[in-house]
Design a protein around this ligand. Structure first.
Ligand code: C2E
Ligand code: MG
Ligand code: MG
Length: 626
């Protein structure tokens, strides 16, 4: 038998020829019997099969042919790539149901989709998790096509297994980088925004609240500056890890940038719980951290917001003060969640205008008298800064102090306030008015700078004001933030002969042991407690307790924000030493003060209050919040 090729110009044919000799009686060949059998089609089929088989062998994708036998999907063929991808030799798997590839992951969404498609005799392509022989996971982009027989009945499936593990890992990596901070491995701003949105939506649906805490580390810059960024980075990672570990699964601990973190607590919905959480966290963060045999200390400042279903809950100033607790001074809760680009622009704009204000002398001081409880004589005057913005008029400090703190403008601003208050007080004394001490507020940020005592000394010298006529007010949180250091600084200040008051007392966490060691002279009961006299028995108890505590520590007490005679009466009964508030006088421009000092004693009726208020401008009415 021979194969013959016959080229007839158009088509190559393969022919099988067989030739038989035709013999006569003597065995002589008299002819040839030839038969030609055209096998072109068969050859083509064979070639195709060989090519296909080669293609199957060479394919980088694993290919399996699965026979449908009594409802089971049994592997009839697997190509060499199947072994490369799955680790199973084809001989091990032939005759087995292909389900073993799914491992423990049998109810994946993708598999359901495949089953659905196959039962409808349709092709399907899905990405599923499969497991190799050694148990490791690989991502399989699986394409399955049914093979029907002549009657249209599916007898087989072809499965193509494409190992896309690297691709999926790469996608995951990209996704991770877009959503997580690579240093701390915490969610970044991006993911925080999503999580926050999600938490807010859930809270809205369930009509619950969520707590959002904004935290920034105190003293982190020092670590970075003195020990280098790599130590700073490791410190951040340690703190982040602690925060993440102590969070519940429903919480989100995110790195907002730099040394700032935002924590979303969807299950912490009451103020007391939130405050306790913040206190615990603050204590833990201020524990020393060891890095390369160096003991590092950082503290943290926190601001928190309880967001209720619907809208963000607006707090009045009193609540704000109270819930602020460990918050950074001047940052109310409404400042807390993620700053948008718009906020950031507005902030920078405000910063620019504040610089200009400082340069062009747009700041001024208003003064609010502080009176003796029993005699109602003016014993002190608190200097409260105002900004006369050419565009907006008088702006209250609550709207610009935070930005001044963030931008470093607080230093020159505080210095100006201190100098101006001392100069003014000395001028009143020189004019023959009855002397009173002037109280100056010191921001937490400014207090952290170590040369305060030197500044105070030089300002007193320059202005000629006697130290006993100057008092500095520091908020409780500013002092407690770095209590040990505060003791040193307060001692230095106190040794100058000036007075020191703890402002907004009751809103932070003073530990009694510290309070005894602080060389302070006066506690100022936060106005939020005073405001609730007559309304909240808790606040009345706290107010009474603060007065008793102060007296037992031989400290003076002043109540701020006294507005009503009932509050006045309550405080008088409990022997509060001094008071300050609208009941006596609003903060007034400097030229209204000589008259009051001359008068000496302030009446407490509302008519007076309102009349003086009309003259004065507390800077609140016209001011705008950021
Ligand atoms: P603060 O030191 O606790 O000042 C008392 C605030 O209570 C003042 O608000 C004052 O106007 C307000 N106030 C006084 N009496 C009453 C009253 O009877 N009822 C009510 N509801 N409020 C009363 P102001 O002037 O808006 O100042 C707000 C805060 O801004 C101050 O709180 C202080 O923390 C800060 N601040 C003001 N001036 C300066 C400053 O020169 N430097 C720094 N660092 N902070 C300042
Ligand atoms: Mg004050
Ligand atoms: Mg205060």
């Amino acid at each position: 038998m021979r194969y013959l090729g016959c080229n007839n110009a158009y088509q190559l044919h393969t022919v099988v020829t067989s030739k038989l000799p035709l013999l006569d009686g003597e065995g002589q060949t008299i002819g040839v019997l030839g038969s030609y059998h055209d096998v072109t089609d068969r050859k083509r089929t064979e070639l195709a099969l060989r090519l296909q088989s080669r293609a199957l062998d060479a394919s980088v994708n694993a290919i399996v042919i699965i026979g449908v036998v009594d409802g089971a999907n049994v592997i009839e063929y697997a190509n060499p790539a199947f072994k490369r991808i799955t680790g199973y030799d084809p001989s091990e798997v032939i005759g087995h149901d292909c389900r073993f590839l799914h491992g423990p992951d049998g109810d994946q969404e993708g598999l359901t989709a495949i089953r659905r498609a196959l039962s409808a005799n349709l092709e399907a392509s899905v990405v599923v998790r499969n497991y190799r022989k050694d148990g490791t996971l690989f991502w399989n982009q699986l394409f399955v096509a049914p093979v029907p027989n002549a009657q249209g009945l599916t007898t087989h499936h072809i499965g193509i297994i494409n190992d896309v593990t690297d691709l999926i890992r790469y996608q995951e990596e990209l996704e991770y980088q877009a959503n997580y901070d690579t240093l701390t491995l915490l969610p970044n701003r991006n993911l925080l925004r999503d999580r926050l949105q999600h938490a807010i939506e859930t809270a809205r649906r369930r009509e619950t609240k969520i707590a959002v805490v904004f935290m920034d580390l105190d003293g982190f810059k020092n670590v970075n500056d003195s020990l280098g960024h790599s130590v700073g980075d490791r410190l951040l990672a340690v703190i982040a890890e602690w925060l993440a570990r102590s969070a519940r699964s429903s919480d989100t601990v995110a790195r907002h940038g730099g040394d700032e973190f935002v924590i979303v607590l969807p299950d912490l919905t009451d103020e007391a719980g939130l405050i306790a959480w913040m206190e615990r966290t603050r204590t833990a963060i201020s524990e020393p951290v060891w890095i390369d045999d160096t003991e590092l200390y950082v503290g943290c400042s926190m601001g928190a917001s309880l967001l209720s279903a619907g809208r963000r809950r607006r707090r009045n100033r009193h609540e704000e003060g109270r819930s602020r607790n460990v918050s950074r001074e001047g940052h109310g809760p409404q400042h807390v969640p993620v700053l948008s680009a718009g906020d950031e622009r507005e902030r920078r704009n405000l910063e620019r205008r504040l610089r200009r204000a400082l340069r062009d002398g747009e700041f001024l001081l208003h003064y609010q008298p502080q009176v003796d409880m029993t005699t109602r004589a003016i014993v002190g005057i608190e200097a409260l800064v105002r900004w006369h913005d050419p565009e907006q008029g008088l702006v209250s400090p609550a709207s610009f102090i935070p930005v001044a703190e963030e931008s470093g403008l607080i230093g020159p601003l505080s210095e100006w306030v201190l100098r101006e208050a001392c100069r003014q007080n000395k001028a009143w004394q020189d004019a023959g008015l009855p002397p009173a001490r002037v109280s100056v507020n010191l921001s937490a940020r400014h207090f952290q700078q170590r040369d305060i005592a030197r500044l105070v000394t030089s300002v007193l010298e320059e202005t000629g004001l006697e130290p006993r006529y100057l008092e500095l007010e520091l908020t409780e949180s500013a002092i407690m933030r770095n209590a040990e250091e505060a003791i040193t600084m307060l001692s230095e200040l106190s040794s100058l002969g000036i007075g020191i008051a703890i402002d907004d007392f009751g809103t932070g966490y003073s530990s009694l042991s510290y309070l005894k060691r602080f060389p302070v002279h006066r506690l100022k009961i936060d106005r939020s407690f005073v405001a609730d006299i007559g309304a909240s028995s808790d606040d009345e108890t706290i107010t009474s307790a603060i007065i008793a505590l102060a007296h037992s520590l031989e400290l003076q007490v002043i109540a701020e924000g006294v507005e009503t005679s009932a509050q006045h009466e309550f405080l008088r009964e409990r022997d509060c030493d001094e008071m300050q508030g609208y009941l006596f006088s609003h903060p007034m421009p400097h030229d209204a003060i000589p008259g009051l000092l001359q008068q000496g004693v302030l009446p407490t009726d509302r008519t007076f209050s309102r009349a003086t208020a009309a003259r004065a401008d507390a800077g609140r009415g016209r001011s705008r919040r950021r």
